[in-house]
Structure formats: structure tokens, C-alpha cells
Ligand binder design. Structure first.
Ligand SMILES: [Fe+2]
Length: 469
């Protein structure tokens, strides 16, 4: 070991004493692969990714006086990394001999410092007292966030006066884009005596979480699947052992799993329209389930599928789904009417609003079409249940998201005359979904796309709707 490395190395005995005595704040970063960390790690350490992104987003937030100890397998990675951090002015050290030389026992599997998106969602559903602390910068936070979270940028969590303002009676979960900054944040809080867990995989993982809810159906079983972080809604409809999926999102495997749990086999998959806010999983799901794929006959796709046009009917078990051409959100949008009783309305009509017509840069023309489409849908029987492809951010979706034609008739925006409606819709300027052009392109081409690319591409809020008022 060279002399510089010697100076910044710390023995297992010394690290153990530091961790026990807690005399000074100490950040112990484990640089090994996450699987190794989960398998066994030094109690009190946090998993850290040391890549270019971490260097840009995390390192500048860590106070220079905070004592940092890096850990790897044997010291061969952590030593040079600590040396590099020292050269940037950090108070960084590394554990001599790494985890292999650590004889004080390792914490196993149960990683107390993290919470998965699924677990967090369960806790939120049970209305547990949780405080979400989003540790991103204010400009990142203002763009989108998990509803109900508060923003304390990571750098401020190292300040005792800021930490002192946090409630003591709530479970704190720290949130960031990918789960790296939030782990440091949880650690910073732990050093101040506050227990906190970091959201594993961050907002990217949150954005991919799917939650299923059965909606009361008649002849067919209807399961509404919600992409929690995006507000996207998709449907699994089962009848006589067969299932149809409408507007599936990634990960596609979830639908196969759900179908299996309900004794169903997915036979047909369809999209209501070419989506702009999320990557469609229709093609992928049809492939893995061995199902027939149906897309709108009015839209351009670069891949093979059966095409549906207005009036086409397909069967699923004992049920029937009829396609209705409903242009306005996109010119080729279809809605699907199940057994004359349930309307899968895509992004045309929502439980508390209507679709936006401007994602294809023809707002005025599309607004006129949207008006005509909505008025024709309102002529369906009043009792028809409307099941949309999105819900608003603040919706309590615990009971499922739906409305009826009767209720939709009372939306103020649907009582307007055509001109007033068009002016209102065209005048409602809303930010567009992030990456929407790239997503449209991907959905048209049907891939290719690596599963790992989807979370970042889709990150951001649902921006497909216009409020009903
Ligand atoms: Fe859409």
C-alpha cells in the first residue's frame, strides 16, 4: 500500500468503534454490487453507486467535513476512490481489507434503510403515518413529485436546524430519481438520530409500480390496473377463461401474472390509441402471452397487428367488445364498448375531465373533433360505466376509477356550445408529457427498447387530461 493510501485507510476495529460510539457523523458507503450489499453488509452502511451520475448529483451535496468511509470487497476499489475523493477535498477514508477482512458480522438481507415502491404503496393505502421527503433540487421537485411529499434538498439534510423541524411521529421515506441520493439522505438523517428509509429505485421505480383493483362487472370480470406513479389505467377483462387486455403498460409480465391468478388466459390485447405519455406494452404482451394484437385501423404502426375500425366487434369468452371511432385526442382513437354496458374510453373521456387534443400539434382541428366525439358518447345509455385510460393526480383510486355517461353529461365543459368548447380547450395551455415525441415514435415503431430504458423515458407526471370544469 502506498503511503497516501495508508494514511486514509481505517481498520475494521476502528470503524467498528466509530459506528458504536457515534461520536461523530460518519457516512459509510458500500460500493459493491447491490446484490452483494443485500446479501450481507456492515450494519450502519449504505449502498452507494459510484458512477458519473453520482459524481455529479451526490458528491456536491455532501458536506466536505463529513467523515466518509468507503467499503468494497477487499479495499482495491474503495482505496483509490477515497484517494480521488480526498483530492476533491472530501474527508474520505476506506476500510482496510474491505468486507472480506471484516470480522464483526454482517447485517443480512433485511435492509432496514430501504423501502420498495410496492411496500410504500401498501403503507400509503393503509393510511400509515408517512412523511415523504423528496431530496431533489427545487426545480426537479416542482416539475413532478409523489403527491403529498415535501421538498428538502439533500444538502439541507446535513443541517441540524433543518432536521430538527421534521416530525417525530411519522415514518420518513426519502425520495430521489433513482434511489442513490435518497439513501445518502436516509443516512444523513440516521446520523442525526432520525430513522428514515430511502425509496428503493427512486421515482423511476415508483413510476413503474402497477396496482390492480377489481371493478364490479356483470358478465365479464373487469380488473383495473393502475400505473401508480403515472396515473395510467389499463384493463384486464375476463370471461369464460379468456382474457382481453386494453392499453397495457410495462412491465407486461404483470398482466400474465394477474390473468393466471384469476384463472384466465390472455387471448387478445389492444390499445385505444397511439399513446404519447407512456410506452405501450401491447405488442410485447401479445408476444409473451401468445395473444392476438389489435390496434386502431386509423393509426400508423410499423408492425403487424389486426386492425379495428368503427363498428368492429370481437368476442372474449361470452362477452363482446365493439370498437367506436372516437377521434379528438388522436385522430385514430378508438373507444371500446363491452357488452353495451362498459365504455373503455381511452384518453377521450375521463372520470373527471376530458382528453387533451393538442399532442399532435393540431389543437383547433382536433378540438372540433373532440367536441363531436364527446357529444356522441353522451348519447350512449345513461347507465353505461366509463372506464378511462388515465386518472387525475389527486384521485383517490382505492375504489377504482370510473364515472357514468349520466354523470359525464353534468361536466360543465360538456354542457358548452361547440365554439365555447373549442375556445376553452385550445386556450388551456398545458405542459406536455416529458419525452412525448420519442414515446410516440417508439409506440409507432413497436420498439426496440430495453426494459431498463422505460422508467427514465416515462418519468414525469400524467399530462393527458383537461379538467372538466
Ligand atoms: Fe393518450
Amino acid at each position: 500500500m502506498n503511503t497516501t493510501l495508508e494514511k486514509i485507510s481505517i481498520s475494521a476495529d476502528d470503524l467498528s468503534k466509530f459506528l458504536q460510539n457515534k461520536t461523530e457523523p460518519l457516512l459509510v458507503f458500500d460500493l459493491r454490487p447491490r446484490e452483494d450489499f443485500v446479501e450481507g453488509h456492515i450494519n450502519g452502511s449504505v449502498h452507494a453507486v459510484c458512477d458519473a451520475r453520482a459524481k455529479e448529483t451526490i458528491m456536491p451535496k455532501i458536506p466536505k467535513d463529513a467523515k466518509i468511509v468507503l467499503v468494497c470487497d477487499d479495499g482495491s476499489v474503495s482505496g483509490p476512490t477515497a484517494e480521488m475523493m480526498q483530492s476533491y477535498g472530501f474527508n474520505a477514508y476506506f476500510l482496510q481489507g474491505g468486507v472480506r477482512g471484516w470480522d464483526k458480522g454482517l447485517a443480512k438481507k433485511n435492509v432496514e434503510s430501504i423501502v420498495s415502491a410496492e411496500e410504500l404503496w401498501q403503507d400509503m393505502q393503509k393510511k400509515r403515518e408517512i412523511m415523504l421527503v423528496d431530496v431533489r433540487e427545487p426545480d426537479e421537485f416542482s416539475d413532478f413529485r409523489i403527491p403529498g411529499s415535501m421538498n428538502i434538498p439533500l444538502v439541507n439534510l446535513f443541517k441540524p436546524d433543518v432536521v430538527a423541524t421534521l416530525p417525530k411521529d411519522k415514518k420518513i421515506v426519502t425520495v430521489c430519481p433513482h434511489g442513490n441520493r435518497s439513501m445518502v439522505a436516509a443516512f444523513a438523517l440516521a446520523r442525526n438520530g432520525i430513522e428514515a428509509r430511502g425509496l428503493f429505485g427512486g421515482l423511476a421505480a415508483w413510476g413503474q409500480l402497477l396496482s390492480a383493483k377489481e371493478i364490479a362487472g356483470d358478465r365479464a370480470k373487469i380488473i383495473q390496473i393502475r400505473k401508480v406513479g403515472k396515473g395510467c389505467l389499463s384493463y384486464l377483462i375476463g370471461s369464460d377463461g379468456e382474457a382481453l387486455v386494453i392499453d397495457p403498460v410495462h412491465p407486461a409480465e404483470k398482466y400474465v401474472e394477474l390473468a393466471r391468478e384469476n384463472g384466465l388466459k390472455i387471448a387478445k390485447v389492444m390499445d385505444t390509441h397511439q399513446h404519447a405519455d407512456h410506452v405501450s406494452a401491447a405488442k410485447e404482451l401479445a408476444r409473451i402471452a401468445g395473444a392476438e394484437l389489435f390496434m386502431s385501423g386509423y393509426e400508423n404502426y410499423d408492425f403487424q397487428s389486426s386492425r379495428l375500425v368503427d363498428g368492429d366487434a370481437i368476442t372474449i369468452g361470452r362477452s363482446e367488445v365493439r370498437a367506436i371511432h372516437t377521434p379528438g385526442h388522436t385522430s385514430g382513437s378508438l373507444s371500446y364498448l363491452l357488452d353495451g354496458r362498459y365504455l373503455f374510453s381511452g384518453d377521450i373521456l375521463f372520470a373527471d375531465g376530458i382528453g387533451r387534443p393538442d399532442l399532435r400539434d393540431k389543437a383547433k382541428e382536433f378540438a372540433g373533433e373532440l367536441y363531436n366525439t364527446l357529444q356522441s358518447l353522451l348519447r350512449l345509455p345513461a347507465h353505461v360505466t366509463v372506464l378511462p385510460a388515465h386518472h387525475a393526480e389527486e384521485t383517490d383510486a382505492s375504489k377504482g376509477v370510473s364515472t357514468t355517461i349520466d354523470k359525464a353529461k353534468r361536466f360543465p365543459i360538456l354542457q358548452m356550445q361547440q365554439n365555447e368548447f373549442i375556445n376553452k380547450v385550445v386556450g388551456t395551455v398545458m405542459p406536455r408529457p416529458m419525452n412525448y415525441e420519442k414515446i410516440i415514435q417508439l409506440n409507432k415503431a413497436g420498439g426496440p427498447l430495453k426494459n431498463s430504458e422505460i422508467p427514465d423515458l416515462e418519468m414525469g407526471p400524467n399530462r393527458c387530461a383537461i379538467n372538466a370544469s
